[in-house]
Design a protein around this ligand. Structure first.
Ligand SMILES: Nc1nc2c(c(=O)[nH]1)N[C@H]1C(S)=C(S)[C@@H](COP(=O)(O)OP(=O)(O)OC[C@H]3O[C@@H](n4cnc5c(=O)[nH]c(N)nc54)[C@H](O)[C@@H]3O)O[C@H]1N2
Ligand SMILES: Nc1nc2c(c(=O)[nH]1)N[C@H]1C(S)=C(S)[C@@H](COP(=O)(O)OP(=O)(O)OC[C@H]3O[C@@H](n4cnc5c(=O)[nH]c(N)nc54)[C@H](O)[C@@H]3O)O[C@H]1N2
Ligand code: SF4
Ligand SMILES: [Mo]
Length: 670
C-alpha cells in the first residue's frame, strides 16, 4: 500500500469578514483535504463558517481558473483559449504601453476591491505599477467609505470594543449589522451576555435572527437611521440623561449637535421612519439607564443618501450618554485603525496625482468617461456582480475599443468579458499578512500547497509587469518576505510583531488585554477630542452634517429594495458554487396589494433595470421593504440581472459612498 503524507498546517482567513479566523489546514500528498478553525485566534474558538469549511470546492472546482486565457469569441460569452504566461503578460504589457502612448496614462483604470483583505494582495506592487504608469486612481467607495469618514471625523478612527468584551455589557445594541451571517463569532458572545442578564436591542428594517431574540427590535425604513439617532440624542439632552461633564472634558460641538437634533421629536421620527413613538422612548430610557452599554454599528445604515450623517449620529450616542470608560461600553465599527501599517506606502508614491474615478461610477465612466478608459485591469473584484448600475457596467464591458484584463481565481461573470484572463492563487497558495477589522488580531499565512494549475499570486504578477515595463527600481521590496518586513517596519512595535507572528503565530495590539475606550484608547483627532460636530464633515456633507434627505421613492418605484449579505457568499465570492435561483422577498401586505402569491415569477424593476425571479413572501420584512441579497451571479435569476441592476449610482452625503439600499422598485407578476 502506498503511504500517504499528511500534515496539519496553520493558516489565516483573509476574506472580507471582520473575524479573521485562525485556521488549520489538513494537507495530504500536496492536496487540501480539510479546513478547520484553530484556537490561535481566541475569537475563532475552533469554529469557522461553512463557506470556508468548504473552501476545497472553490480551490479545486470546475470554475477554478488554472491557466491564462485569451478571448476567442464575443465579449461576455466566455469563449477563450489557453495561452502561456509569457505571451499573456507580453500582450498586457504591450497594451498598457500603447494605451499610455496613444491616450495617456489616465486611459488605464485599475479596478480592485476587497476580494482578499490581506496586506500583500492589494496596494503593494499593483499600486507601484499603476502609479508609475500614471493610471487613473480608483476611489474604493463601494463599501465602508461613509463609515470610515464618519469614524475619522468624530473619533480620528479610534478603534472599538473588542467582541470578547461584549460579555461585560449589560445592554447590547446591534445597529444595522447582521453578525448571524456577516461575523458569526459575535453571536455566541451576545447569547452569553443575554444569559447573564444583558438586554439586546436590534435596529434593522428586517427581523434578523438576532432581532428575533432581542428585547426590543426597531425596524426603521431603510435610510432613516439619522432621524432615529438624532431623536435619541435630543431626548438624552432634554431628559437630563446627557453626560454634560464627560462632553465638556472630552468633546467639542455638543451644543451644536444638540441644536441640530432638537427638531427631531419622537412623533416626527415615527412618521419618517415608521418606528412607533413608544419604542423610541423605550430605547432611549434603556440606553440612558444601562451601563456598560455597547453599540455594534454595522454597514447597513451607510448604504444610502444619509449614510455618513447616520453613522456619525449613531457613533455620537455613547459620547452624549457617557458610555465610555468601562469594559464592555462604547461602540464597535471597524477596528482596522488599531494597526498602523499601510501597504500603500510601499508603492513609494512619488508620481503626480492623476484623475480619481469613484468606484460607484465605473459604469458611467466606461460609457462616457472623458478621457475615455481604454484599458481596464480588474483584480480582487467582480464588478459586474458588485457595482451599482449593472447594465451600464455590462454595456461598458462590451465596448470593442476597451481592453480588459481580469485577474481572478474563478470564472466570474466579469471574467467572461475579458480579453485576457489571468489565474490567481488563493490564500492557501500564497503568502499573506492579515489584520482583523473586527477581531484585534494580526496573522500571517504561508502557502500550504503549491499553486493549482499555473495560478500565480498578485505580488508576483504585478512585480513581473513592473519589470516588463521598466518600472521597477533597484532595492525596492518585492518578495512577500520583503513586503512583510517593510510593512512591519512601519510600526514602532515592528520587531515585537515579527517575534509574535513567528511564535505563537498571532500578534495583538498594544495592551496585554483587550483595550477599553477612554482607558486605553483615545480619539486620534488633532486635539484628542471627540468632534461631535466635526467642521470638516460639516463642510463636506452634501447639505451639512446631520441633515436628513428624504426618501428617493416615488409612485412608479415605491418599495425600498435592500441587498444585505447572506451566509452562502462573501459579497460575490463563492457565488459560482450557489447555483440555485434566488427569490426577492416582500411583506404579505405588499404582495396582497399587488395580487402576488408566494412562488410567483415576478419582475422587480425601476428606471435602471429589471430583475426576473421568484417571489418569497416574508413576515420578517416591514411593509414597503423588499429584499434580495448582495453578491448574486447572473445564474441566480431568471433573466441574468441581479439587484445591482436596480441600484443607483448616487452617492452618500459623505465620502462618495455607495447607495445600494436607495434602490426603489416596483414588483409585478411576470
Ligand atoms: N457571510 C458573509 N459575511 C460577510 C459578508 C458577506 O457577504 N457574507 N460581507 C462582508 C462585508 S464586505 C461587509 S461590508 C460586512 C457587512 O456586515 P454587516 O453590516 O453586518 O452586514 P450587511 O449585510 O451589510 O448589513 C447588515 C444589516 O443592515 C440592515 N440594513 C439595511 N439597510 C439598513 C438601514 O438603512 N438601516 C439599518 N439600521 N439597517 C439596515 C440589513 O437588513 C442587514 O441585516 O460583512 C462581511 N461579512
Ligand atoms: N447590491 C449590492 N451590492 C453590493 C453591496 C450591497 O450592499 N448591495 N455591498 C458591497 C460590498 S459590502 C462590498 S465589500 C463589495 C465587494 O465587491 P468585490 O470586491 O467586487 O467583491 P467580491 O465579490 O468578494 O469579489 C472579489 C473577487 O476577488 C477575487 N480574489 C480573491 N482573492 C484574490 C487574489 O488574491 N487575487 C486576485 N487577483 N483575485 C482575488 C475573488 O475570487 C472574487 O471574485 O460589493 C458591494 N456590492
Ligand atoms: S469568512 Fe469569516 S467566519 Fe468564515 S473563516 Fe473567514 S474569518 Fe472566519
Ligand atoms: Mo463590504
Amino acid at each position: 500500500m502506498r503511504s500517504t503524507d499528511t500534515e496539519i498546517l496553520p493558516s489565516a482567513c483573509p476574506l472580507d469578514c471582520p473575524d479573521t479566523c485562525s485556521l488549520e489546514i489538513t494537507v495530504t500528498d500536496g492536496k487540501v483535504q480539510k479546513l478547520e478553525g484553530s484556537r490561535l485566534n481566541p475569537l475563532t474558538e475552533g469554529f469557522i463558517c461553512s463557506k470556508v469549511r468548504r473552501f476545497g470546492r472553490h480551490l479545486y472546482g470546475d470554475e477554478r481558473l488554472r491557466y491564462p486565457l485569451v478571448r476567442t469569441g464575443t465579449k461576455g460569452r466566455g469563449e477563450f483559449e489557453r495561452i502561456d504566461w509569457d505571451s499573456a503578460l507580453e500582450l498586457i504589457a504591450k497594451n498598457l504601453r500603447t494605451t499610455r502612448e496613444q491616450h495617456g496614462g489616465e486611459a488605464i483604470l485599475p479596478l480592485c476591491y476587497g476580494g482578499s483583505n490581506g496586506y500583500l494582495t492589494q496596494d503593494t506592487l499593483d499600486a507601484r505599477l499603476f502609479r508609475r504608469l500614471g493610471a487613473s486612481r480608483l476611489e474604493r467607495t463601494v463599501c465602508a467609505a461613509a463609515t470610515s469618514r464618519a469614524l475619522a471625523g468624530l473619533y480620528g478612527k479610534m478603534p472599538g470594543v473588542a467582541f470578547d468584551d461584549y460579555r461585560y455589557a449589560r445592554l447590547i445594541v446591534v445597529w444595522g449589522a447582521n453578525p448571524s451571517v456577516a461575523g458569526i463569532h459575535l453571536v455566541p458572545i451576545i447569547q452569553q451576555a443575554q444569559q447573564a442578564g444583558a438586554k439586546l436591542v436590534v435596529v434593522d428594517p428586517r427581523r434578523t435572527p438576532l432581532a428575533k431574540k432581542a428585547d426590543l427590535h426597531l425596524a426603521p425604513r431603510p435610510g432613516t437611521d439619522l432621524p432615529v439617532a438624532l431623536s435619541l440624542i435630543r431626548w438624552l439632552f432634554e431628559s437630563g440623561a446627557a453626560d454634560l461633564e464627560f462632553m465638556a472634558q472630552h468633546a467639542t460641538g455638543s451644543e451644536e449637535l444638540r441644536t441640530r437634533a432638537s427638531t427631531w421629536t419622537f412623533e416626527r421620527v415615527a412618521e419618517v421612519s415608521g418606528v412607533p413613538v413608544e419604542d423610541l422612548e423605550t430605547f432611549g430610557r434603556l440606553y440612558a439607564a444601562t451601563t456598560p452599554a455597547v453599540i455594534r454599528c454595522g454597514w447597513g445604515p451607510e448604504r444610502n443618501r444619509n449614510g455618513g450623517s447616520a453613522i456619525a449620529a449613531i457613533l455620537a450616542l455613547p459620547a452624549v450618554a457617557g458610555k465610555f470608560g468601562q469594559r464592555g461600553g462604547g461602540y464597535t465599527l471597524s477596528n482596522s485603525g488599531a494597526w498602523h501599517l499601510n501597504s500603500a506606502a510601499l508603492a513609494n508614491e512619488d508620481e503626480p496625482a492623476t484623475r480619481a474615478v469613484n468606484m460607484n461610477h465605473v459604469g458611467e465612466m466606461l460609457l462616457h468617461g472623458e478621457p475615455p478608459i481604454h484599458h481596464l485591469f480588474v483584480y480582487n473584484a467582480n464588478p459586474l456582480a458588485t457595482l451599482p448600475e449593472q447594465e451600464k457596467v455590462r454595456v461598458g464591458l462590451e465596448r470593442k475599443d476597451l481592453f480588459t484584463v481580469v485577474f481572478e481565481q474563478v470564472m466570474t461573470d466579469t471574467a467572461r468579458y475579458a480579453d485576457v484572463v489571468l489565474p490567481a492563487t488563493t490564500f492557501l497558495e500564497h503568502h499573506e499578512l492579515r489584520r482583523g477589522y473586527g477581531t484585534y488580531a494580526l496573522l500571517e499565512g504561508q502557502p500550504v500547497i503549491a499553486p493549482v494549475g499555473e495560478s500565480r499570486p498578485n505580488y508576483q504578477v504585478f512585480g513581473e509587469l513592473c519589470h516588463r515595463l521598466d518600472l521597477g527600481r533597484e532595492g525596492e521590496p518585492e518578495s512577500p518576505q520583503e513586503l512583510v518586513a517593510s510593512l512591519l517596519a512601519q510600526s514602532d512595535r515592528g520587531d515585537e510583531l515579527r517575534t509574535a507572528l513567528d511564535d505563537p503565530g498571532i500578534a495583538f495590539p498594544e495592551t496585554g488585554q483587550n483595550p477599553v475606550q477612554f482607558v486605553d484608547l483615545f480619539p486620534g483627532t488633532s486635539d484628542g477630542k471627540i468632534h461631535l460636530l466635526s467642521e470638516a464633515l460639516d463642510r463636506e456633507a452634501t447639505h451639512g452634517l446631520y441633515t436628513y434627505q428624504d426618501d428617493p421613492g416615488n409612485q412608479q418605484a415605491p418599495l425600498a429594495l435592500i441587498s444585505p449579505s447572506t451566509s452562502r457568499t462573501i459579497s460575490s465570492t463563492f457565488g459560482q458554487l450557489v447555483r440555485r435561483q434566488v427569490a426577492v422577498e416582500m411583506n404579505p401586505n405588499d404582495a396582497q396589494a399587488r395580487g402576488l402569491n408566494n412562488g410567483d415569477s415576478v419582475r422587480v424593476f425601476n428606471a435602471s433595470g429589471e430583475v426576473q425571479c421568484k417571489l418569497q413572501i416574508s413576515r420578517d420584512l416591514q411593509p414597503g421593504v423588499a429584499m434580495m441579497p448582495k453578491g448574486l451571479w447572473s445564474h441566480n435569476t431568471l433573466n441574468g440581472a441581479t439587484p445591482n441592476a436596480l441600484a443607483p449610482d448616487t452617492l452618500t452625503d459623505l465620502a462618495g459612498g455607495a447607495c445600494f439600499n436607495d434602490a426603489r422598485v416596483e414588483i409585478a407578476a411576470l
